[in-house]
Design a protein around this ligand. Structure first.
Ligand SMILES: NC(=O)c1ccc[n+]([C@@H]2O[C@H](COP(=O)([O-])OP(=O)(O)OC[C@H]3O[C@@H](n4cnc5c(N)ncnc54)[C@H](OP(=O)(O)O)[C@@H]3O)[C@@H](O)[C@H]2O)c1
Length: 278
């Protein structure tokens, strides 16, 4: 178990804040990296790296490939090891056939080649995208329209990701491992929406869209083009079956089963996640 400070990047984000909270609950020394609160950390501003890394023995890395030039991750991992960091845990993302999303390949390489112990987390789509991210506003409006057809994804709960991250940051037996983290079963967006509607007592429907129509909607909302392209590619991939794969890597890492989607929905609905503002 590490006694040194653990730097958590993306510490206000969906996984980072849960990782930081779990580490604090264990009484460990945590440094929360963020552009706005806690210890300032901005990928594009290297002057923020040194103070964030000072005295850190381990780092939870959220590379933000959607918006950050990934070449900096190699420089950052080098700076981390030079500053004395001995353990790196990377939040990557799974792509096709259990491989990393291609945007994550360079960050994975950087972590493997930095000269520290490393663990790579390669999760499926997060459950919490439905309650804490871009899928929430359309659900509140009553219609989720995506170019995912009836394709399925093995959505994974960020609580499971955070538990694996904490195990890898603090425990033994995870060095040199890559975990493809999925939930226990693949679900279509139609099935996911049906569960959310039933649990929240609301009428919400799922509408499959063609890719150009979906892109047009995002363009009208002024979503940046690279993000539109990424989301469309991923969702069309799901329509074609890329998300069906289920692994037992949550059990491999933690010795317990992954959290079912229905359990997440029940808890989020009870907390009012999909309560209409009107
Ligand atoms: N969402 C999914 O389903 C999914 C699935 C698999 C993998 N992933 C991967 O998970 C990672 C996190 O994605 P997410 O959508 O879940 O985001 P998130 O963890 O909810 O948020 C990421 C955090 O990163 C911080 N951040 C953003 N830009 C930054 C920058 N330039 N410099 C420093 N910090 C920055 C932000 O915090 P501050 O505003 O406080 O700085 C934000 O809270 C991504 O790399 C993504 O590829 C996501």
């Amino acid at each position: 178990m590490t006694e040194e400070t653990i730097l958590v990047l993306g510490a206000r984000g969906k996984t980072g804040r849960r990782v930081a909270a779990r580490l604090k609950d264990r009484g460990l020394s945590v440094r929360a990296g963020s552009r706005t609160t806690g210890t300032r950390f901005e990928w594009a501003d290297r002057d923020t790296w040194g103070p964030a890394l000072r005295g850190a023995g381990a780092v939870y890395i959220v590379p933000m490939n959607e918006s950050v030039d990934q070449d900096v991750v190699t420089d950052f991992t080098g700076a981390a090891v030079a500053a004395g960091v001995r353990r790196l845990v990377l939040l990557s993302a799974r792509g096709v056939d259990g491989q990393p999303l291609r945007e994550q390949e360079s960050a994975e390489r950087a972590v493997r080649e930095a000269g520290a112990q490393w663990t790579i987390l390669r999760p499926a789509w997060f459950n919490q995208n439905f309650s804490e991210d871009f899928l929430l506003p359309p659900l509140i409006e009553g219609e989720l329209a995506l170019p995912a057809g009836e394709g399925r994804e093995a959505f994974v709960d960020v609580a499971d990701i955070a538990d694996v991250a904490v195990a890898a940051l603090t425990g033994d037996g995870h060095a040199g491992r890559t975990y493809e983290l999925t939930g226990p079963e693949p679900l279509s967006f139609r099935e996911a929406v049906r569960l959310i509607a039933a649990a929240s007592g609301r009428e919400i429907r799922y509408t499959p869209l063609e890719a150009p129509e979906f892109k047009g909607l995002l363009e009208a909302q002024e979503v940046p083009d690279p993000l539109i392209d990424l989301l469309t590619r991923l969702l069309v991939g799901l329509a074609n079956g890329t998300g069906d794969r289920v692994t037992d890597d949550v059990r491999r890492a933690l010795g317990r089963e992954a959290r079912p989607f229905a359990e997440y929905v029940k808890e989020a609905a009870a907390a009012g996640a999909w309560t209409s503002p009107s």
